[in-house]
Design a protein. Structure first.
Length: 230
DNA sequence: AAGATTGTCAACCGCATCCGT
DNA sequence: TACGGATGCGGTTGACAATCT
C-alpha cells in the first residue's frame, strides 16, 4: 500500500475497528500488519494495528491493576536492566511493555530520576506494611483452618464417623471433600479467590493512605480483615 | 460549584533492528 | 554488501478522569 495516497485514521479505536482487527488475526495470525488495511478495509497503518493488538486486543493480556508481586518484579528488573521495558515485560506474562512503562513513570519516576530520602523512606514503609499484612493474613488463614478442622471433627462425631477421607484428602491433609458444602458456603476455590482480591484491595488502600493520609485514614481504620464466607 | 492540578493510559512518533532480495 | 520494507522499542503526547483548592 502506498502510504502517501492513504489518509490513515488516527486516535482512539472504535469497537468496529477492533472487531475487524480481531477477525483478521484469527484468519491470518499475528504479523503481516501491512496487509491488514488491504484485507479488511481498515484505515489504520501497520504500526497502529500492531500496537492495538499487542497492547489491547491480545487474548492473553492480563487486565486489572499491577499486583504487589508484579510491582516487586518491576522494581527488581528495572534496577537490573533500566528502561528496557520489553525485556521486563517478558518476565510478566500478560503485561505489556507499554503498561509497565506507564506504571513505572506514574509510580516511581521522579523529577531528575532520583528519589529523595523522604520518598525512598515512604517506599520502604509501604513494603514493610505489605510484609506485615501478608504475615497477618497467613496467621489468619492458619487460625481459620484450625477452626475448620474443629468444625469437621464435630461434624464427624455427629455423623457417627461414617464419613471417610478420600485418598486425595489424605494426601493434601485437607478437609474431606464431602464436607465442603457444609463448611464452606461455596467451594474452597471461591474463598481463596475472594481472599486474593481482598489483598489487592487492601494494597490499593495502602497506596491511597500513603498518598492521602488525611482523607483515607478513617476509611482504612474502619475496615476489617476479610473473612471466608460460612 | 468551579477552575486548577495531578494521575492514568491509549496511542503516536522517530529511530533501531531484522530480514528477505 | 546494500537496500528497502516490516517490525520492535522507548520516549512522548494528549485526552479524559479524579482529586484538590
Amino acid at each position: 500500500m502506498e502510504e502517501h495516497l492513504v489518509s490513515w485514521r488516527k486516535g482512539p479505536w472504535t469497537a468496529e475497528e477492533d472487531q475487524l482487527l480481531i477477525e483478521h488475526v484469527k484468519l491470518h495470525g499475528e504479523g503481516r500488519w501491512n496487509s491488514v488495511a488491504k484485507l479488511t478495509g481498515l484505515k489504520r497503518n501497520a504500526k497502529s494495528c500492531r500496537l492495538r493488538w499487542v497492547n489491547y486486543l491480545r487474548p492473553d493480556l492480563k487486565r486489572g491493576r499491577i499486583t504487589p508481586h508484579e510491582e516487586r518484579i518491576i522494581l527488581e528488573l528495572h534496577a537490573r536492566w533500566g528502561n528496557r521495558w520489553s525485556t521486563i515485560a517478558r518476565s510478566l506474562p500478560g503485561r505489556t511493555d507499554n503498561e509497565i512503562k506507564n506504571y513505572w513513570r506514574t509510580h516511581f519516576k521522579k523529577k531528575g530520576g532520583i528519589m529523595s530520602s523522604e520518598e525512598s523512606a515512604k517506599l520502604k514503609t509501604r513494603l514493610l506494611k505489605r510484609q506485615k499484612f501478608q504475615q497477618e493474613q497467613q496467621k489468619q488463614l492458619f487460625l481459620q483452618k484450625n477452626e475448620d478442622m474443629k468444625r469437621v471433627l464435630l461434624l464427624l462425631e455427629e455423623s457417627d464417623n461414617k464419613v471417610t477421607w478420600s485418598q486425595q484428602d489424605m494426601v493434601n491433609n485437607e478437609i474431606p471433600s464431602v464436607f465442603y458444602p457444609l463448611v464452606f458456603n461455596n467451594s474452597q476455590h471461591v474463598v481463596e479467590t475472594t481472599m486474593n482480591e481482598d489483598f489487592t484491595l487492601w494494597d490499593g488502600l495502602w497506596n491511597l493512605e500513603d498518598l492521602y493520609p488525611a482523607t483515607t485514614k478513617g476509611c482504612v481504620q474502619n475496615l476489617t480483615m476479610p473473612t471466608p464466607i460460612f
